[in-house]
Design a protein around this ligand. Structure first.
Ligand SMILES: Cc1cc2nc3c(=O)[nH]c(=O)nc-3n(C[C@H](O)[C@H](O)[C@H](O)COP(=O)(O)O)c2cc1C
Length: 196
């Protein structure tokens, strides 16, 4: 069992323009059963919360408080064991925190949305509200959700440039999902990714 994975270097150029990606983006709720590649996972996670050319993250964050922990649920990725991983954006690495295919349980906790079980990989955004509210008080709660939007949009546009598909998922049982993943914090967004 490989618990620690150094992801391949992400690319900063693609064959499709930002405008094309924005123009083509749409929600897809069915995925083929072909697995994803680790290069694709690397690119998606980098877009979500990786390190950019300024040594900061690929997304803005209120007061640079970066309230999110980024998890990846893997059910069908070549050369990556099924399980739940925590992404470390500073080092561009993954750590396996829970082995096994949890996709069916995740779909159940997402009120039975079956495409969640079909997706070869799913990015899950888990907020640590205190990182932001300890600076900003109650208003920090708003900032956490705004940060989630930036991450979600980066992921959805990166997915488009890779010729992959996604549908943002906000409808789920928060506590149920946290239990299934075995994580602390508030689950804010579920982003299943696959081939159209
Ligand atoms: C915050 C948020 C939560 C969403 N939650 C779900 C969801 O739980 N299930 C789902 O099928 N689609 C979900 N969607 C996708 C929207 O239904 C979809 O974006 C919308 O219908 C517009 O379609 P388009 O993305 O193809 O342009 C969500 C979108 C957002 C932004």
């Amino acid at each position: 069992m490989k618990r620690f994975i150094k992801l391949p270097q992400p690319k900063t150029k693609s064959n499709i323009s930002l405008e094309e990606a924005i123009n083509k983006r749409h929600s897809t709720r069915a995925f083929s059963n072909s697995p994803l590649e680790i290069e694709e996972i690397s690119q998606i996670l980098w877009a979500a919360y990786g390190k950019n050319a300024h040594g900061k993250k690929t997304v803005p964050s209120a007061g640079a408080t970066y309230p999110f922990d980024i998890y990846l649920v893997v059910g069908s990725v070549n050369n990556l064991e099924n399980g739940v991983y925590l992404y470390d954006g500073a080092n561009h690495t993954l750590s396996l925190i829970k082995p096994g295919d949890i996709r069916k349980q995740l779909a159940q906790a997402s009120f039975g949305q079956s495409f969640v079980a079909q997706a070869p990989a799913t990015v899950v955004l888990v907020a640590q509200f205190k990182r932001t509210t300890s600076f900003y008080g109650k208003r920090g709660e708003r900032y956490v959700y705004l940060d989630a939007g930036h991450i979600g949009q980066n992921v959805s546009l990166q997915v488009e440039t890779l010729g992959l598909a996604t549908c943002m998922v906000g409808a789920f049982d928060d506590i149920g999902v946290a239990k299934i993943l075995d994580v602390q914090g508030d689950v804010v967004y579920i982003i299943p990714v696959g081939r159209p």
